[in-house]
Design a binder for this molecule. Structure first.
Ligand code: ARG
Length: 569
């Protein structure tokens, strides 16, 4: 009964053949047609029967009435035909018994669609460009990517997280020139990535005035490609400094990767793929460059080799995909980047298809919109960036202030402030459909009163404190539940469906919004019902069980969207 729509769809499809001269309907299609009506008076689930008129050759009213007369189930207290809609009213008692026992029994795995079967999913996310700042533009790929990894693991997939570091390219030539001209070892060791970024920014400012610097940078990168030992040593050092910095941010988010194989890793894996393209006559020469023509698919050419024979971003991605398929035999390989790269992915996915790799349809690009903060856009080259670590630090400070005011006695405040502050940013970010551009308003994200991370953390902490005061997880007893209790049960019942939807659409925000729905249902219940001092033992034990179930499901939801939850706040 927990996948409400699916179960209801099954009841309907079972009833159809006898009513409509042997007609059959697909359960999955029916499940997709079922709606949650906006108003409880119209039932808990509804089937708009006009969607079936064509197939069943009856009017919506006739279909709804025939079905209402034929379907019965313990799960529903009433099934009614109203104006061509078939409305289902869940039986609160039956639902509560099932949902609460499922959650108690399955604990942490309640809600898992269990569809992974140990198959491998590779996720390519975060992937910053070394020696460039880790700014808020990377927040999206980092938290969407990691949340998708958590969701797939939850569903039973074997997940491989890859940080495809941008550790190769002309920016290293620029950095080497800048370092030798204006930098020194002590300063860079001390200033870490900030010192590298400052050098990078200085290079661009100076190159505006003196274009010869660009030639020097190209020459240094060519030396690096030719394995010049000094340049290789510098390059390794730049990467090490950058990684040290990224690790701090990943640590705050509890993120780790299974592989840090960046772009440079694929240097020796490209030539066989380029040869294959040549052998298959896929390459044409365009202004000296080797490209794959994609006219037929209404896309610009995909660049494979520059005039000077050097490789490009798509070349590396193609070689990386082949390597990953060989190494991990993935069921899916997911790439999370800004929507600005959508064309890049569409192009090279097509090239992989033209190369005859039959797994091309297992490559998935998951794009997301742009971020600005309090209205300001970002640009790396001018140094006008907001670093993720600064944003986190600001959030943590503000949360610490709020907590000092609200709860001066709290122990372990620093850790809690970090979990709540960082979580506030993540939660706010993941509240929107990923493809929408977002303007980050820090004040809004940190508020304890809105639909925010702190509010969700606060609700979670409330369930923890109730359970610890009760000293038990409670137990379900049948009685006529009131409106708030029933609404909470129904919200708990929809978690598995939401998890499925989040996976199907690669959309963590489905879980964020679910967490908010659950918080709202729980807080209404909390404010309107006595829990620990309920009127009798049966009601008390049931309400404690409802609280324990909320704690478990809300905790899981928060975990799935990369939040560190806290038992106290
Ligand atoms: N380093 C790239 C960037 O910051 C993102 C890499 C995404 N992954 C990939 N396989 N292309 O724009």
């Amino acid at each position: 009964m927990l996948i409400l729509k699916e179960q209801t769809a099954k009841l309907i499809s079972n009833a159809v053949p006898a009513l409509f001269a042997g007609a059959t309907l697909d359960t999955a299609e029916l499940a997709a047609m079922l709606e949650y009506p906006p108003d409880a008076a119209m039932g808990d689930l509804a089937l708009p029967c006009f969607k079936l008129s064509r197939t069943l050759r009856r009017s919506p009213v006739q279909i709804a009435e025939a079905l209402a007369g034929a379907i019965s189930s313990d799960s529903f207290s009433k099934i009614e035909a109203v104006n061509g809609y078939l409305n289902f009213y869940l039986d609160g008692k039956a639902l509560a018994a099932r949902v609460l026992s499922k959650i108690a029994e399955q604990g942490d795995s309640y809600g898992s669609p269990n569809c992974g079967g140990g198959k491998t999913v590779v996720l390519d996310y975060s992937s910053p460009n070394v020696a460039k700042p880790f700014h808020i533009g990377h927040l999206g790929t980092t938290v969407i990517g990691h949340s998708l990894k958590l969701l797939h693991s939850f569903a039973g997939y074997n997940c491989i997280g890859i940080n495809h570091l941008g550790d190769w390219g002309t920016q290293f030539g620029k950095l080497i020139v800048a370092y030798r001209t204006w930098g020194n070892k002590e300063e860079v060791e001390k200033g870490e990535i900030d010192a590298l970024v400052a050098l990078y920014v200085k290079f661009h400012a100076e190159a505006e005035k003196d274009p010869a610097l660009n030639d020097a940078a190209r020459a240094e990168f060519a030396k690096l490609e030719a394995h010049d030992p000094e340049n290789i040593a510098l390059w390794k050092w730049f990467i090490e400094i950058s990684l040290r910095e990224y690790q701090k941010t990943y640590g705050m988010l509890d993120i780790s990767f299974d592989s840090y194989n960046g772009e440079s890793f694929y240097t020796d894996k490209m030539p066989p793929q380029i040869q294959k393209m040549k052998d298959m006559d896929l390459l044409t020469i365009d202004d000296g460059a080797s490209v794959v023509n994609l006219d037929q698919w209404n896309m610009p050419v995909c660049l494979i080799l520059k005039r000077d024979g050097s490789t490009l971003y798509p070349t590396r991605d193609i070689a990386a995909a082949v390597y990953r398929k060989d190494t991990y035999d993935f069921e899916k390989c997911i790439y999370v980047t800004s929507a600005g790269q959508s064309l890049h992915f569409a192009q090279w996915f097509k090239v992989v298809e033209l190369m005859g790799y039959d797994w091309h349809d297992k490559l998935v690009h998951v794009p997301y919109g742009t971020v600005s903060i309090n209205g300001a856009k970002l640009a790396t080259r001018t140094g006008n960036v907001i670093l993720l670590k600064d944003l986190f630090a600001q959030a943590i400070d503000k949360v610490r202030d709020i907590m000092e005011e609200k709860n001066p006695e709290l122990k372990g405040r620093d850790d809690i402030a970090e979990a709540v502050g960082v979580g506030a940013i993540v939660f706010y970010y993941l509240s929107n459909n990923r493809i929408r551009d977002i303007n980050f308003m820090l004040e809004d994200a940190l508020s304890f009163d809105g639909n925010t991370g702190p509010y969700a953390q606060y609700t979670y902490a409330r369930t923890c404190s109730l359970i610890s005061k009760a000293g038990t997880e409670g137990a379900y007893h049948a009685y006529d539940m009131n409106e708030e209790e029933t609404a909470l049960v129904k919200t708990l019942a929809t978690f598995p469906e939401r998890v499925k939807a989040a996976l199907a659409d690669y959309e963590p925000s489905v879980i964020t919004r679910y967490a908010l729905d659950l918080c709202a249902a729980f807080n209404r219940f909390y404010h309107n019902c006595q829990i620990l001092s309920a009127e009798n033992e049966k009601v008390r034990a049931t309400r404690i069980a409802l609280t324990a179930a909320t704690k478990s499901v809300l905790g899981k939801a928060l975990e799935l969207i990369c939040m560190k939850k806290t038992e106290q706040i």
